[in-house]
Design a protein. Sequence first.
Length: 194
Amino acid sequence: MRFTDDYEKREWLGREALKELQEIYPEYFKYDLRFTTEKYADYDAFYFIIDEDTQKLRKRVWIEIKIRDTNYDEYVLEYKKLNQLIKKRDELFLTEDDVIFLYLNYTPNETIIWNISKIKEEGEVKSKVMNKATSTSRKDKMNKKIYYLKPSDGKRLDYVLNEKHLLRKYDNYLLDKVKEQIKKKPGLEDILFG
């Protein structure tokens, strides 16, 4: 599989891993999971919580995905990212009761999901020198406002993103699709000598 850059690759991997998480943990992801299509969307995935009795929409759940290459005692959520989610919610005239923000982090040892919907009121904003945009450069640094998230404050899942497995799974899927197409359409030999 070919990607135009590291950002595109990590976005694809995070989404494919979320599909696997849904298979492994259907009790946490029991609704119809969908993915945003814009390259730099405010969040990566979403689903709707539907009231089983009335079949009415109860809540929207927006998921931001992050792949971590290192385990930390505390993980970072950028203040700017949370503000983007809040801004998007406000632009859509939705309230805090209408939307839940989840922050999904794949780490080398586990997967952690935080509900960050109310962190702005509860969390303390810190400042830290970090990569301006990790996907384009790990040397270009700037001062950013952040929140620290403790793993114990999130939901810890026994899942580790396996890049080789996901890429191989995708390559096998494509190979099967090509084989299906070949079976459906006659080859040149079938047309000429059939």
